[in-house]
Design a protein around this ligand. Structure first.
Ligand SMILES: Cc1cc2nc3c(=O)[nH]c(=O)nc-3n(C[C@H](O)[C@H](O)[C@H](O)COP(=O)(O)OP(=O)(O)OC[C@H]3O[C@@H](n4cnc5c(N)ncnc54)[C@H](O)[C@@H]3O)c2cc1C
Length: 558
Protein backbone atom coordinates (compact mmCIF):
# COMPACT_ATOMS: atom_id res chain seq x y z
CA UNK A 1 0.00 0.00 0.00
CA UNK A 2 1.61 3.27 -1.09
CA UNK A 3 0.36 5.63 1.62
CA UNK A 4 2.69 8.59 1.99
CA UNK A 5 3.31 11.31 4.52
CA UNK A 6 3.74 14.83 3.13
CA UNK A 7 6.68 15.47 5.49
CA UNK A 8 8.61 12.71 3.63
CA UNK A 9 7.95 14.14 0.16
CA UNK A 10 11.23 14.76 -1.73
CA UNK A 11 11.42 17.92 -3.84
CA UNK A 12 12.72 16.01 -6.88
CA UNK A 13 9.66 13.75 -6.93
CA UNK A 14 7.65 14.83 -9.98
CA UNK A 15 4.28 13.23 -10.70
CA UNK A 16 2.53 13.04 -14.06
CA UNK A 17 -0.87 13.66 -12.52
CA UNK A 18 -1.74 15.11 -9.11
CA UNK A 19 -5.37 14.43 -8.16
CA UNK A 20 -6.56 16.60 -5.28
CA UNK A 21 -9.43 14.96 -3.36
CA UNK A 22 -10.36 11.30 -2.92
CA UNK A 23 -14.17 11.41 -3.18
CA UNK A 24 -16.11 9.60 -5.93
CA UNK A 25 -14.68 12.01 -8.56
CA UNK A 26 -11.00 11.74 -7.58
CA UNK A 27 -10.98 8.00 -7.00
CA UNK A 28 -12.97 7.15 -10.16
CA UNK A 29 -10.48 9.22 -12.16
CA UNK A 30 -7.54 7.54 -10.42
CA UNK A 31 -8.97 4.03 -10.95
CA UNK A 32 -9.48 4.76 -14.66
CA UNK A 33 -5.82 5.84 -14.97
CA UNK A 34 -4.43 2.82 -13.16
CA UNK A 35 -3.10 1.07 -16.30
CA UNK A 36 -2.00 4.26 -18.07
CA UNK A 37 1.60 4.07 -16.84
CA UNK A 38 1.16 7.64 -15.55
CA UNK A 39 2.76 8.34 -12.18
CA UNK A 40 -0.05 9.62 -10.00
CA UNK A 41 -0.50 11.06 -6.53
CA UNK A 42 -3.78 11.58 -4.71
CA UNK A 43 -3.74 14.34 -2.08
CA UNK A 44 -6.52 13.88 0.49
CA UNK A 45 -7.17 16.42 3.24
CA UNK A 46 -8.79 13.83 5.51
CA UNK A 47 -7.60 10.61 7.04
CA UNK A 48 -8.89 7.03 6.90
CA UNK A 49 -11.19 7.84 9.82
CA UNK A 50 -13.04 11.06 10.66
CA UNK A 51 -10.67 13.57 12.28
CA UNK A 52 -12.48 16.31 14.27
CA UNK A 53 -9.67 18.83 13.69
CA UNK A 54 -9.70 18.34 9.93
CA UNK A 55 -13.51 18.30 9.91
CA UNK A 56 -13.60 21.94 11.09
CA UNK A 57 -12.27 22.79 7.60
CA UNK A 58 -15.76 22.06 6.20
CA UNK A 59 -17.22 25.28 7.60
CA UNK A 60 -19.13 27.62 5.26
CA UNK A 61 -20.43 31.14 5.89
CA UNK A 62 -24.01 31.29 4.58
CA UNK A 63 -25.48 34.62 3.58
CA UNK A 64 -28.37 33.54 1.36
CA UNK A 65 -31.71 31.76 1.61
CA UNK A 66 -30.32 28.25 0.93
CA UNK A 67 -27.87 27.37 3.69
CA UNK A 68 -25.07 24.87 3.10
CA UNK A 69 -25.06 22.26 5.89
CA UNK A 70 -21.74 21.36 7.49
CA UNK A 71 -22.68 17.68 7.14
CA UNK A 72 -23.09 18.07 3.37
CA UNK A 73 -19.38 17.33 2.83
CA UNK A 74 -16.87 15.00 4.46
CA UNK A 75 -13.11 15.43 4.81
CA UNK A 76 -12.03 11.80 4.82
CA UNK A 77 -10.68 9.16 2.43
CA UNK A 78 -13.64 8.48 0.11
CA UNK A 79 -15.03 11.99 0.64
CA UNK A 80 -18.78 12.36 1.01
CA UNK A 81 -19.38 8.82 -0.31
CA UNK A 82 -18.76 7.83 3.33
CA UNK A 83 -22.19 9.25 4.26
CA UNK A 84 -24.16 9.52 1.01
CA UNK A 85 -27.29 7.59 0.00
CA UNK A 86 -26.14 6.49 -3.45
CA UNK A 87 -29.29 7.48 -5.36
CA UNK A 88 -28.59 7.87 -9.04
CA UNK A 89 -30.31 8.96 -12.21
CA UNK A 90 -28.86 10.29 -15.46
CA UNK A 91 -29.52 13.87 -16.47
CA UNK A 92 -32.50 14.40 -18.78
CA UNK A 93 -32.25 15.58 -22.39
CA UNK A 94 -33.76 18.99 -21.52
CA UNK A 95 -31.16 19.62 -18.78
CA UNK A 96 -28.37 19.83 -21.31
CA UNK A 97 -30.18 21.71 -24.08
CA UNK A 98 -30.36 25.45 -24.71
CA UNK A 99 -33.50 26.79 -23.00
CA UNK A 100 -34.11 30.34 -24.19
CA UNK A 101 -36.26 31.18 -21.21
CA UNK A 102 -33.40 30.98 -18.67
CA UNK A 103 -32.43 34.50 -17.52
CA UNK A 104 -28.78 33.85 -18.46
CA UNK A 105 -27.90 31.61 -21.43
CA UNK A 106 -26.82 28.31 -19.87
CA UNK A 107 -26.49 24.96 -21.53
CA UNK A 108 -24.04 22.10 -21.65
CA UNK A 109 -21.45 22.18 -24.46
CA UNK A 110 -21.92 18.40 -24.77
CA UNK A 111 -25.09 16.40 -25.41
CA UNK A 112 -26.68 13.66 -23.34
CA UNK A 113 -25.66 11.20 -26.08
CA UNK A 114 -21.99 12.23 -25.54
CA UNK A 115 -22.31 11.32 -21.86
CA UNK A 116 -24.08 7.98 -22.38
CA UNK A 117 -20.95 5.82 -22.95
CA UNK A 118 -19.48 7.22 -19.72
CA UNK A 119 -22.68 6.57 -17.76
CA UNK A 120 -22.42 2.99 -19.06
CA UNK A 121 -18.86 2.65 -17.80
CA UNK A 122 -19.83 4.16 -14.42
CA UNK A 123 -21.52 0.84 -13.62
CA UNK A 124 -17.97 -0.37 -12.76
CA UNK A 125 -18.16 2.02 -9.78
CA UNK A 126 -21.36 0.89 -8.10
CA UNK A 127 -23.78 2.85 -10.28
CA UNK A 128 -26.73 1.16 -12.01
CA UNK A 129 -26.37 0.09 -15.60
CA UNK A 130 -28.26 2.58 -17.81
CA UNK A 131 -30.55 -0.28 -18.92
CA UNK A 132 -31.63 -0.74 -15.32
CA UNK A 133 -33.66 2.47 -15.54
CA UNK A 134 -35.96 0.78 -18.07
CA UNK A 135 -35.42 -2.84 -17.09
CA UNK A 136 -37.97 -5.63 -16.93
CA UNK A 137 -37.63 -5.76 -13.12
CA UNK A 138 -38.51 -2.08 -12.91
CA UNK A 139 -41.53 -2.57 -15.17
CA UNK A 140 -42.62 -5.42 -12.88
CA UNK A 141 -42.27 -3.18 -9.82
CA UNK A 142 -44.33 -0.54 -11.65
CA UNK A 143 -47.06 -3.11 -12.20
CA UNK A 144 -47.00 -4.18 -8.54
CA UNK A 145 -49.33 -2.27 -6.29
CA UNK A 146 -52.83 -0.89 -6.14
CA UNK A 147 -52.69 1.28 -9.25
CA UNK A 148 -50.47 2.39 -12.14
CA UNK A 149 -50.29 6.10 -12.69
CA UNK A 150 -50.74 6.82 -16.41
CA UNK A 151 -50.41 10.46 -17.40
CA UNK A 152 -49.48 12.23 -20.61
CA UNK A 153 -48.21 15.35 -18.82
CA UNK A 154 -46.48 13.82 -15.81
CA UNK A 155 -43.34 11.85 -16.62
CA UNK A 156 -41.77 9.28 -14.33
CA UNK A 157 -38.14 9.58 -13.26
CA UNK A 158 -36.47 6.59 -11.63
CA UNK A 159 -33.88 6.96 -8.90
CA UNK A 160 -31.85 3.85 -8.07
CA UNK A 161 -29.14 3.22 -5.44
CA UNK A 162 -26.82 0.29 -4.87
CA UNK A 163 -27.67 -1.14 -1.48
CA UNK A 164 -25.43 -0.50 0.43
CA UNK A 165 -24.15 2.50 -1.55
CA UNK A 166 -20.49 2.47 -2.50
CA UNK A 167 -17.96 3.94 -0.07
CA UNK A 168 -15.34 4.83 -2.70
CA UNK A 169 -12.51 4.96 -0.14
CA UNK A 170 -13.15 1.32 0.80
CA UNK A 171 -14.18 -0.06 -2.58
CA UNK A 172 -11.21 1.43 -4.43
CA UNK A 173 -8.59 1.23 -1.66
CA UNK A 174 -6.69 -1.49 -3.52
CA UNK A 175 -5.75 0.96 -6.31
CA UNK A 176 -3.07 2.21 -3.91
CA UNK A 177 -1.31 -1.19 -4.20
CA UNK A 178 -0.23 -0.04 -7.64
CA UNK A 179 3.41 1.07 -7.73
CA UNK A 180 2.57 4.11 -9.88
CA UNK A 181 0.04 5.54 -7.42
CA UNK A 182 0.80 7.31 -4.13
CA UNK A 183 -1.84 8.38 -1.63
CA UNK A 184 -1.10 11.23 0.77
CA UNK A 185 -3.54 11.42 3.70
CA UNK A 186 -3.87 14.44 6.02
CA UNK A 187 -2.66 16.49 3.04
CA UNK A 188 -4.73 19.66 2.72
CA UNK A 189 -3.97 21.72 -0.37
CA UNK A 190 -3.98 25.36 0.66
CA UNK A 191 -3.36 26.82 -2.82
CA UNK A 192 -1.73 26.19 -6.20
CA UNK A 193 1.43 27.98 -7.35
CA UNK A 194 1.46 29.19 -10.93
CA UNK A 195 3.61 30.97 -13.52
CA UNK A 196 2.65 32.89 -16.65
CA UNK A 197 3.31 30.83 -19.78
CA UNK A 198 2.19 33.68 -22.04
CA UNK A 199 0.04 36.81 -21.63
CA UNK A 200 -3.17 34.79 -21.46
CA UNK A 201 -2.08 31.39 -20.24
CA UNK A 202 -0.90 30.28 -16.80
CA UNK A 203 0.77 27.02 -15.77
CA UNK A 204 0.55 25.36 -12.35
CA UNK A 205 3.89 24.29 -10.89
CA UNK A 206 3.02 22.96 -7.41
CA UNK A 207 0.15 22.09 -5.11
CA UNK A 208 1.03 23.60 -1.75
CA UNK A 209 0.05 21.31 1.07
CA UNK A 210 -0.16 21.36 4.86
CA UNK A 211 -1.00 18.65 7.38
CA UNK A 212 -2.77 18.90 10.73
CA UNK A 213 0.61 19.20 12.55
CA UNK A 214 1.57 22.27 10.52
CA UNK A 215 4.16 20.58 8.22
CA UNK A 216 4.15 22.10 4.75
CA UNK A 217 5.41 20.97 1.36
CA UNK A 218 4.98 21.78 -2.33
CA UNK A 219 4.10 18.83 -4.55
CA UNK A 220 5.16 18.94 -8.20
CA UNK A 221 3.28 17.46 -11.13
CA UNK A 222 2.80 17.96 -14.86
CA UNK A 223 -1.01 17.99 -14.60
CA UNK A 224 -3.26 18.85 -11.67
CA UNK A 225 -6.89 17.88 -11.19
CA UNK A 226 -9.10 19.54 -8.58
CA UNK A 227 -11.55 16.89 -7.37
CA UNK A 228 -12.26 18.55 -4.05
CA UNK A 229 -16.07 18.70 -4.37
CA UNK A 230 -18.24 21.48 -5.78
CA UNK A 231 -17.48 24.16 -3.21
CA UNK A 232 -13.80 23.50 -2.39
CA UNK A 233 -12.81 23.36 -6.07
CA UNK A 234 -14.09 26.93 -6.45
CA UNK A 235 -12.56 28.05 -3.17
CA UNK A 236 -9.09 26.71 -4.09
CA UNK A 237 -9.10 28.67 -7.36
CA UNK A 238 -10.01 31.85 -5.48
CA UNK A 239 -7.28 31.17 -2.87
CA UNK A 240 -4.59 30.76 -5.57
CA UNK A 241 -3.66 34.35 -6.40
CA UNK A 242 0.00 34.28 -7.51
CA UNK A 243 -0.63 35.14 -11.15
CA UNK A 244 -4.03 36.78 -10.78
CA UNK A 245 -5.21 38.56 -7.60
CA UNK A 246 -8.81 37.56 -8.55
CA UNK A 247 -7.87 33.88 -8.42
CA UNK A 248 -6.83 31.22 -10.92
CA UNK A 249 -8.86 31.08 -14.12
CA UNK A 250 -10.88 34.08 -12.97
CA UNK A 251 -9.88 36.57 -15.70
CA UNK A 252 -13.54 37.08 -16.70
CA UNK A 253 -14.96 37.04 -13.14
CA UNK A 254 -16.76 33.73 -13.69
CA UNK A 255 -15.22 31.65 -10.89
CA UNK A 256 -17.73 31.11 -8.08
CA UNK A 257 -20.76 32.28 -10.07
CA UNK A 258 -23.87 30.36 -11.21
CA UNK A 259 -23.90 28.24 -8.06
CA UNK A 260 -26.82 25.78 -7.85
CA UNK A 261 -28.26 23.13 -5.54
CA UNK A 262 -31.47 21.07 -5.49
CA UNK A 263 -33.55 22.81 -2.81
CA UNK A 264 -35.78 20.17 -1.26
CA UNK A 265 -38.48 19.80 1.35
CA UNK A 266 -41.91 18.44 2.16
CA UNK A 267 -44.81 20.56 1.04
CA UNK A 268 -48.31 19.50 0.01
CA UNK A 269 -50.28 16.28 0.48
CA UNK A 270 -52.24 13.83 -1.58
CA UNK A 271 -55.23 12.28 0.19
CA UNK A 272 -56.13 9.06 -1.62
CA UNK A 273 -59.76 8.54 -2.59
CA UNK A 274 -59.27 4.85 -1.88
CA UNK A 275 -56.61 4.04 0.76
CA UNK A 276 -53.57 2.32 -0.74
CA UNK A 277 -52.03 -0.90 0.55
CA UNK A 278 -49.13 -1.24 -1.82
CA UNK A 279 -47.38 1.08 -4.28
CA UNK A 280 -43.66 0.25 -4.17
CA UNK A 281 -42.78 1.99 -7.44
CA UNK A 282 -43.83 5.38 -6.11
CA UNK A 283 -43.41 4.76 -2.34
CA UNK A 284 -39.94 3.15 -2.50
CA UNK A 285 -38.58 -0.39 -2.62
CA UNK A 286 -35.62 -2.68 -2.12
CA UNK A 287 -35.05 -5.24 -4.87
CA UNK A 288 -32.12 -7.61 -5.50
CA UNK A 289 -29.41 -5.39 -4.03
CA UNK A 290 -30.85 -2.09 -5.28
CA UNK A 291 -33.16 0.39 -3.63
CA UNK A 292 -35.14 3.06 -5.41
CA UNK A 293 -38.23 5.10 -5.97
CA UNK A 294 -39.89 6.94 -8.83
CA UNK A 295 -40.46 10.67 -8.91
CA UNK A 296 -42.84 12.68 -11.07
CA UNK A 297 -41.85 15.62 -13.26
CA UNK A 298 -43.51 17.45 -16.13
CA UNK A 299 -42.90 16.17 -19.63
CA UNK A 300 -40.27 18.07 -21.57
CA UNK A 301 -42.55 19.52 -24.28
CA UNK A 302 -44.84 20.86 -21.58
CA UNK A 303 -41.84 22.35 -19.71
CA UNK A 304 -40.74 24.13 -22.89
CA UNK A 305 -44.25 25.33 -23.64
CA UNK A 306 -44.67 26.74 -20.14
CA UNK A 307 -41.04 27.95 -20.02
CA UNK A 308 -40.29 26.22 -16.76
CA UNK A 309 -37.60 24.09 -15.10
CA UNK A 310 -37.25 20.37 -14.54
CA UNK A 311 -38.23 19.95 -10.86
CA UNK A 312 -39.80 16.77 -9.49
CA UNK A 313 -41.81 15.47 -6.57
CA UNK A 314 -42.05 12.11 -4.91
CA UNK A 315 -44.49 10.43 -2.55
CA UNK A 316 -43.73 9.99 1.12
CA UNK A 317 -46.44 7.70 2.52
CA UNK A 318 -47.68 8.59 5.98
CA UNK A 319 -47.78 5.44 8.10
CA UNK A 320 -49.32 5.49 11.59
CA UNK A 321 -45.75 5.67 12.96
CA UNK A 322 -44.34 8.26 10.56
CA UNK A 323 -42.25 10.93 12.36
CA UNK A 324 -42.43 8.97 15.61
CA UNK A 325 -39.11 9.49 17.38
CA UNK A 326 -39.08 5.92 18.74
CA UNK A 327 -39.40 4.48 15.23
CA UNK A 328 -36.76 6.89 13.89
CA UNK A 329 -34.32 5.74 16.62
CA UNK A 330 -35.16 2.12 15.93
CA UNK A 331 -34.37 2.52 12.22
CA UNK A 332 -31.14 4.36 13.06
CA UNK A 333 -30.05 1.52 15.38
CA UNK A 334 -30.71 -1.08 12.70
CA UNK A 335 -28.78 1.00 10.16
CA UNK A 336 -25.85 1.19 12.56
CA UNK A 337 -25.86 -2.58 12.99
CA UNK A 338 -24.75 -2.82 9.38
CA UNK A 339 -23.94 -6.53 9.26
CA UNK A 340 -27.31 -7.43 10.81
CA UNK A 341 -29.07 -5.21 8.28
CA UNK A 342 -27.13 -6.70 5.36
CA UNK A 343 -27.86 -10.21 6.62
CA UNK A 344 -31.58 -9.40 6.77
CA UNK A 345 -31.50 -7.84 3.31
CA UNK A 346 -29.77 -10.87 1.85
CA UNK A 347 -32.59 -13.07 3.18
CA UNK A 348 -35.06 -11.07 1.11
CA UNK A 349 -35.40 -12.73 -2.26
CA UNK A 350 -38.47 -10.76 -3.21
CA UNK A 351 -39.37 -7.15 -3.53
CA UNK A 352 -39.37 -5.34 -0.17
CA UNK A 353 -41.70 -2.37 0.09
CA UNK A 354 -40.43 0.47 2.24
CA UNK A 355 -42.31 1.01 5.45
CA UNK A 356 -40.90 4.38 6.41
CA UNK A 357 -39.09 7.03 4.40
CA UNK A 358 -36.19 6.88 6.88
CA UNK A 359 -35.46 3.35 5.68
CA UNK A 360 -33.73 5.06 2.78
CA UNK A 361 -33.06 8.70 1.91
CA UNK A 362 -31.56 11.55 3.86
CA UNK A 363 -31.84 10.09 7.30
CA UNK A 364 -29.41 12.50 8.90
CA UNK A 365 -32.00 15.20 9.14
CA UNK A 366 -35.62 15.58 10.16
CA UNK A 367 -38.33 16.59 7.70
CA UNK A 368 -37.39 20.27 8.11
CA UNK A 369 -33.78 19.59 7.19
CA UNK A 370 -32.39 19.93 10.72
CA UNK A 371 -29.58 17.47 11.41
CA UNK A 372 -30.65 14.87 13.95
CA UNK A 373 -28.12 13.65 16.50
CA UNK A 374 -28.04 9.99 17.35
CA UNK A 375 -27.24 8.83 20.91
CA UNK A 376 -27.48 5.13 21.83
CA UNK A 377 -28.76 5.63 25.40
CA UNK A 378 -31.34 8.24 24.42
CA UNK A 379 -32.34 6.08 21.45
CA UNK A 380 -33.14 3.08 23.67
CA UNK A 381 -35.03 5.29 26.17
CA UNK A 382 -37.10 6.83 23.34
CA UNK A 383 -37.86 3.41 21.85
CA UNK A 384 -39.13 2.19 25.23
CA UNK A 385 -41.25 5.34 25.65
CA UNK A 386 -42.74 4.94 22.16
CA UNK A 387 -43.17 1.16 22.34
CA UNK A 388 -46.71 0.97 20.82
CA UNK A 389 -45.66 2.84 17.65
CA UNK A 390 -42.35 0.95 17.47
CA UNK A 391 -44.25 -2.33 17.94
CA UNK A 392 -46.62 -1.62 15.07
CA UNK A 393 -43.73 -0.56 12.82
CA UNK A 394 -41.85 -3.81 13.58
CA UNK A 395 -45.00 -5.87 13.02
CA UNK A 396 -45.65 -4.35 9.60
CA UNK A 397 -41.96 -4.47 8.68
CA UNK A 398 -41.64 -8.17 9.51
CA UNK A 399 -45.06 -9.30 8.31
CA UNK A 400 -45.59 -7.39 5.06
CA UNK A 401 -48.47 -9.67 4.09
CA UNK A 402 -50.64 -7.64 6.47
CA UNK A 403 -49.98 -4.14 5.18
CA UNK A 404 -51.36 -0.99 6.70
CA UNK A 405 -53.58 1.17 4.47
CA UNK A 406 -52.12 4.51 3.45
CA UNK A 407 -54.62 7.36 3.31
CA UNK A 408 -52.19 10.21 2.69
CA UNK A 409 -48.79 10.85 1.19
CA UNK A 410 -46.88 14.03 1.74
CA UNK A 411 -45.12 15.47 -1.27
CA UNK A 412 -41.35 15.66 -1.14
CA UNK A 413 -40.13 18.28 -3.58
CA UNK A 414 -36.77 18.58 -5.34
CA UNK A 415 -36.16 21.73 -7.35
CA UNK A 416 -34.02 22.53 -10.31
CA UNK A 417 -32.41 25.97 -9.79
CA UNK A 418 -31.97 28.48 -12.55
CA UNK A 419 -28.24 29.26 -13.07
CA UNK A 420 -27.74 32.92 -12.07
CA UNK A 421 -24.45 34.81 -11.67
CA UNK A 422 -25.55 36.40 -8.39
CA UNK A 423 -25.73 32.93 -6.79
CA UNK A 424 -22.13 32.91 -5.84
CA UNK A 425 -19.30 31.55 -3.73
CA UNK A 426 -16.74 34.15 -2.71
CA UNK A 427 -14.11 34.34 0.03
CA UNK A 428 -15.27 35.60 3.43
CA UNK A 429 -13.26 37.63 5.97
CA UNK A 430 -13.34 34.71 8.40
CA UNK A 431 -10.48 32.22 8.42
CA UNK A 432 -10.23 28.45 8.93
CA UNK A 433 -7.67 26.77 11.21
CA UNK A 434 -5.06 26.97 8.41
CA UNK A 435 -5.55 30.75 8.23
CA UNK A 436 -7.39 30.55 4.89
CA UNK A 437 -10.53 32.53 4.00
CA UNK A 438 -13.68 30.47 4.51
CA UNK A 439 -16.10 30.16 1.60
CA UNK A 440 -19.06 32.49 1.73
CA UNK A 441 -22.14 31.24 -0.11
CA UNK A 442 -24.95 33.45 -1.33
CA UNK A 443 -27.61 31.16 -2.80
CA UNK A 444 -31.21 32.23 -3.41
CA UNK A 445 -34.14 30.81 -5.35
CA UNK A 446 -35.61 32.82 -8.26
CA UNK A 447 -39.14 33.53 -9.54
CA UNK A 448 -38.60 30.97 -12.29
CA UNK A 449 -37.54 28.35 -9.70
CA UNK A 450 -40.80 29.02 -7.79
CA UNK A 451 -43.04 29.17 -10.83
CA UNK A 452 -41.71 25.81 -12.07
CA UNK A 453 -42.63 23.94 -8.89
CA UNK A 454 -45.95 25.76 -8.55
CA UNK A 455 -46.82 24.62 -12.08
CA UNK A 456 -45.84 21.04 -11.23
CA UNK A 457 -48.14 21.13 -8.19
CA UNK A 458 -50.99 22.61 -10.25
CA UNK A 459 -50.76 19.93 -12.94
CA UNK A 460 -50.30 17.18 -10.36
CA UNK A 461 -53.42 18.34 -8.51
CA UNK A 462 -55.45 18.39 -11.73
CA UNK A 463 -54.21 14.96 -12.81
CA UNK A 464 -54.92 13.34 -9.43
CA UNK A 465 -58.45 14.70 -9.49
CA UNK A 466 -59.06 13.79 -13.16
CA UNK A 467 -57.86 10.24 -12.64
CA UNK A 468 -59.88 9.98 -9.41
CA UNK A 469 -56.77 9.05 -7.43
CA UNK A 470 -57.26 11.64 -4.76
CA UNK A 471 -57.30 15.24 -3.62
CA UNK A 472 -54.12 17.29 -3.49
CA UNK A 473 -53.71 19.95 -0.80
CA UNK A 474 -51.08 22.53 -1.67
CA UNK A 475 -50.75 26.23 -0.89
CA UNK A 476 -47.39 26.78 -2.56
CA UNK A 477 -48.63 29.91 -4.41
CA UNK A 478 -49.61 31.70 -1.21
CA UNK A 479 -46.85 30.55 1.12
CA UNK A 480 -44.26 33.17 1.96
CA UNK A 481 -41.33 32.95 2.47
CA UNK A 482 -40.69 30.24 -0.10
CA UNK A 483 -40.90 26.99 1.93
CA UNK A 484 -38.64 24.65 -0.10
CA UNK A 485 -35.24 25.79 1.07
CA UNK A 486 -33.22 22.86 2.44
CA UNK A 487 -30.06 22.23 0.47
CA UNK A 488 -29.65 18.69 -0.90
CA UNK A 489 -25.84 18.42 -0.36
CA UNK A 490 -25.55 18.76 -4.14
CA UNK A 491 -23.01 21.52 -4.79
CA UNK A 492 -23.21 22.48 -8.44
CA UNK A 493 -21.93 25.31 -10.63
CA UNK A 494 -19.16 27.78 -9.80
CA UNK A 495 -16.70 26.71 -12.53
CA UNK A 496 -19.15 25.93 -15.28
CA UNK A 497 -18.29 24.15 -18.48
CA UNK A 498 -18.62 26.01 -21.78
CA UNK A 499 -17.00 27.06 -25.00
CA UNK A 500 -16.77 30.79 -24.29
CA UNK A 501 -14.23 31.90 -21.63
CA UNK A 502 -16.35 35.01 -21.04
CA UNK A 503 -19.22 32.94 -19.67
CA UNK A 504 -17.56 29.75 -18.41
CA UNK A 505 -14.45 28.51 -16.57
CA UNK A 506 -13.64 25.06 -18.00
CA UNK A 507 -13.85 23.67 -21.54
CA UNK A 508 -15.46 20.39 -22.76
CA UNK A 509 -12.47 18.47 -21.44
CA UNK A 510 -12.80 20.09 -17.99
CA UNK A 511 -9.57 22.07 -18.48
CA UNK A 512 -9.58 25.64 -17.22
CA UNK A 513 -9.63 27.91 -20.29
CA UNK A 514 -6.69 30.04 -19.16
CA UNK A 515 -4.55 27.42 -17.38
CA UNK A 516 -2.62 24.93 -19.50
CA UNK A 517 -2.40 22.06 -16.97
CA UNK A 518 -5.31 22.35 -14.50
CA UNK A 519 -8.56 20.37 -14.74
CA UNK A 520 -11.64 20.38 -12.53
CA UNK A 521 -13.63 17.25 -11.85
CA UNK A 522 -16.57 18.04 -9.58
CA UNK A 523 -20.18 19.21 -9.60
CA UNK A 524 -18.89 22.77 -9.99
CA UNK A 525 -18.53 22.21 -13.77
CA UNK A 526 -22.31 21.69 -14.25
CA UNK A 527 -23.75 24.55 -16.37
CA UNK A 528 -27.29 23.56 -15.29
CA UNK A 529 -28.38 21.27 -12.48
CA UNK A 530 -31.38 19.31 -13.77
CA UNK A 531 -33.01 17.44 -10.93
CA UNK A 532 -30.98 14.20 -10.88
CA UNK A 533 -28.67 13.44 -7.95
CA UNK A 534 -25.32 14.51 -9.39
CA UNK A 535 -22.68 11.91 -8.45
CA UNK A 536 -23.50 9.55 -11.33
CA UNK A 537 -22.84 12.41 -13.78
CA UNK A 538 -19.74 13.56 -11.84
CA UNK A 539 -18.25 10.06 -12.12
CA UNK A 540 -19.22 9.79 -15.80
CA UNK A 541 -17.31 13.06 -16.32
CA UNK A 542 -14.34 11.63 -14.35
CA UNK A 543 -14.20 8.67 -16.77
CA UNK A 544 -14.40 11.05 -19.74
CA UNK A 545 -11.54 13.08 -18.24
CA UNK A 546 -9.44 9.93 -17.71
CA UNK A 547 -9.82 9.08 -21.43
CA UNK A 548 -8.74 12.60 -22.35
CA UNK A 549 -5.66 12.46 -20.10
CA UNK A 550 -4.65 9.00 -21.38
CA UNK A 551 -4.95 10.21 -24.97
CA UNK A 552 -3.08 13.46 -24.51
CA UNK A 553 -0.32 12.80 -22.02
CA UNK A 554 2.39 10.17 -21.97
CA UNK A 555 4.14 8.94 -18.83
CA UNK A 556 7.29 10.67 -17.63
CA UNK A 557 10.48 8.79 -18.31
CA UNK A 558 11.90 7.75 -14.94
C1 LIG B 1 -26.13 12.77 3.46
C2 LIG B 1 -25.80 12.87 2.00
C3 LIG B 1 -26.50 12.10 1.09
C4 LIG B 1 -26.18 12.19 -0.27
N1 LIG B 1 -26.86 11.40 -1.13
C5 LIG B 1 -26.57 11.44 -2.44
C6 LIG B 1 -27.24 10.59 -3.35
O1 LIG B 1 -28.11 9.82 -2.96
N2 LIG B 1 -26.88 10.66 -4.66
C7 LIG B 1 -25.94 11.52 -5.13
O2 LIG B 1 -25.67 11.55 -6.32
N3 LIG B 1 -25.30 12.34 -4.28
C8 LIG B 1 -25.57 12.32 -2.95
N4 LIG B 1 -24.90 13.14 -2.09
C9 LIG B 1 -23.87 14.04 -2.66
C10 LIG B 1 -22.60 13.26 -2.95
O3 LIG B 1 -22.06 12.81 -1.74
C11 LIG B 1 -21.61 14.15 -3.70
O4 LIG B 1 -22.21 14.56 -4.92
C12 LIG B 1 -20.32 13.42 -4.04
O5 LIG B 1 -19.70 12.93 -2.89
C13 LIG B 1 -19.38 14.37 -4.78
O6 LIG B 1 -18.18 13.69 -5.04
P1 LIG B 1 -16.82 14.51 -5.15
O7 LIG B 1 -15.74 13.51 -5.27
O8 LIG B 1 -16.96 15.55 -6.18
O9 LIG B 1 -16.71 15.31 -3.76
P2 LIG B 1 -16.52 14.73 -2.26
O10 LIG B 1 -17.15 13.41 -2.10
O11 LIG B 1 -16.97 15.82 -1.34
O12 LIG B 1 -14.97 14.55 -2.15
C14 LIG B 1 -14.07 15.63 -2.11
C15 LIG B 1 -12.81 15.18 -1.43
O13 LIG B 1 -11.86 16.25 -1.50
C16 LIG B 1 -11.21 16.39 -0.26
N5 LIG B 1 -10.76 17.76 -0.12
C17 LIG B 1 -11.52 18.88 -0.01
N6 LIG B 1 -10.73 19.96 0.06
C18 LIG B 1 -9.45 19.53 -0.03
C19 LIG B 1 -8.19 20.18 -0.02
N7 LIG B 1 -8.09 21.50 0.08
N8 LIG B 1 -7.07 19.42 -0.11
C20 LIG B 1 -7.14 18.07 -0.25
N9 LIG B 1 -8.32 17.41 -0.26
C21 LIG B 1 -9.46 18.13 -0.16
C22 LIG B 1 -12.28 16.03 0.77
O14 LIG B 1 -11.70 15.65 1.99
C23 LIG B 1 -12.99 14.88 0.07
O15 LIG B 1 -12.40 13.64 0.36
C24 LIG B 1 -25.16 13.08 -0.73
C25 LIG B 1 -24.46 13.85 0.20
C26 LIG B 1 -24.77 13.75 1.55
C27 LIG B 1 -24.01 14.59 2.54
Amino acid sequence: MRIRDISKYKADNLYDVCIIGSGPAGLTLCAELIHSGLKICVLESGDKRPNPQINTLREVINIGEIKIKISSRERILGGTSTTWTGLSAPLDEIDMEQRDYLSYPSHWPIKLSDLKPYYERASDYGFPDLNKFKSVELIKIRQTGDFILESSILTEKNFIAADPPWNFGKQLYSIFDNKNIDLYLDATVINLSSKKESDNITRISTANVTNSFGSKTNIKAKIFVLATGGLESVRLLLLSKETNPQGLGNETDQVGRYLMNHPKGNFGRLNFKKPVKSLPYLFGYLNQGWSGYTGLRLNEDFQKQQKILNSYLRFEPIFPWTDNQGVWNMIMIVKRLKSLLQWWKHQQTQLVELRDWNETGDDQEDSTGKKLDFNWLKAIQTIIKELPAVGSYIRYRLFPQKPVKIKTVRLRNFMEMEPRPENRLSLSDQLDRNGLALPSVNLNTSDLDHRSLIELHRVFKEEMSLKQIGKVETTLTETKPWPINTEASHHLGGTRMGKDPNTSVVDNNLKIHTVSNLYICSGSVFPTSGCANPTYTICALAIKLADHLKKNYSPLKS
